[in-house]
Design a protein around this ligand. Structure first.
Ligand SMILES: NC(=O)c1ccc[n+]([C@@H]2O[C@H](COP(=O)([O-])OP(=O)(O)OC[C@H]3O[C@@H](n4cnc5c(N)ncnc54)[C@H](OP(=O)(O)O)[C@@H]3O)[C@@H](O)[C@H]2O)c1
Length: 291
């Protein structure tokens, strides 16, 4: 009997992500089974189905991918999945809600490639979202002093508290309701990473070009208009006004490669949990100057 590689795509959104489904196949799964509307209270029987069905040596051919638009709901789902595992009854899991881990890992790996970020001030604009929160964790792990912004203080503070609770990482929460406020927040920062919602302009060109402190400027938003005016989609360390610019497509290619490589790794053993640290290690190992 040939053992098929089965990927169970557990999504907290009602409609499971097509993007994650496609990358599941491209990463090497023989079959990707998408489930939507999952949460901590209804996932149990699905996990049992995954862990009890195959012989110990074959369990590595079953794996779980956790996605969905809400980082908090996804984290609760991951915790519930892991809570079902015991002894050798477990399968490998990857966590990447809204591409949070793979996108943040690729962006920060590009920013940190061949240079130290230690001691620098980093501002993650619109850092309350999934990508921004994970990027904040990784920038802090690289030794940067990190602040995240959002339009409402309560929302940014919730993100800050969630980062602290899950990763024991301290970041500053700053309210910045408009582009003028965001321009004020990046004053004195050496690193700015924009992680705003798709198609949302966060910063005008004139608001960063004159900054004397700014060294590295990156934008994750690939849907026009650019999140940061003046950063080209494919910029990869392009010098402009004394800063190095990184556009969404430049680290998007690395993000996709890392995502596929992580899926492939899931089927190598049955006890992996690929979350922010493991995915960042993959991105650091895969980043090159010309990807
Ligand atoms: N380059 C790549 O390979 C790649 C891969 C995946 C995702 N992405 C992109 O990465 C970005 C971040 O993804 P995500 O899932 O974290 O995004 P998200 O959750 O959709 O949005 C991030 C934050 O944007 C802020 N925001 C929403 N509407 C806004 C508005 N009208 N004005 C100002 N701020 C607004 C919100 O913060 P507040 O409500 O706190 O202000 C929100 O938390 C997106 O642009 C996404 O398309 C890129």
């Amino acid at each position: 009997m040939s053992i098929k590689k089965l990927l169970y795509q557990f999504d907290t959104d009602p409609l499971p992500s097509v993007f994650d489904n496609v990358v599941g196949y491209d990463g090497g799964a023989d079959h990707v089974c998408p489930y939507g509307g999952l949460h901590a209270a209804n996932v149990g029987p699905l996990v049992e189905g995954a862990i009890f069905t195959r012989a110990p040596q074959d369990k590595k051919n079953t794996a779980i991918f956790i996605g969905g638009g809400s980082l908090a709901q996804g984290e609760a789902l991951l915790d519930a999945v892991k809570a079902k595992f015991f002894a050798k009854f477990r399968v490998s899991v990857m966590f990447d809600c809204n591409g949070s881990n793979t996108t943040a890992a690729a962006a920060v790996a590009c920013l940190a490639h061949d240079r130290s970020l230690a001691g620098k001030r980093a501002v993650v604009l619109a850092g309350s979202g999934p990508v921004g929160q994970r990027a904040a964790v990784l920038l802090a792990r690289e030794g940067a002093q990190v602040a995240i912004t959002g339009r409402k203080l309560a929302v940014v503070e919730t993100a800050r508290d969630s980062i602290k609770a899950r990763f024991a990482v301290d970041v500053e929460a700053i309210e910045a309701s408009g582009s003028r406020e965001r321009a004020a927040v990046i004053e004195g920062a050496q690193i700015v990473l924009a992680t705003g919602a798709a198609g949302i302009r966060l910063l005008e060109a004139a608001q960063w070009r004159e900054s004397t402190a700014l060294e590295l400027l990156a934008d994750a938003n690939a849907s026009p208009p650019a999140g940061v005016e003046g950063v080209g989609m494919s910029d990869r360390g392009v010098a402009s006004h004394g800063k190095l610019l990184f556009g969404p497509l430049s680290f998007g290619a690395l993000k996709l490669a890392v995502h596929r490589a992580c899926i492939a790794r899931l089927f190598e053993q049955n006890d992996l949990v690929l979350d922010v640290n493991e995915i960042y290690a993959m991105a650091k190992a895969m980043v090159t100057n010309d990807r």
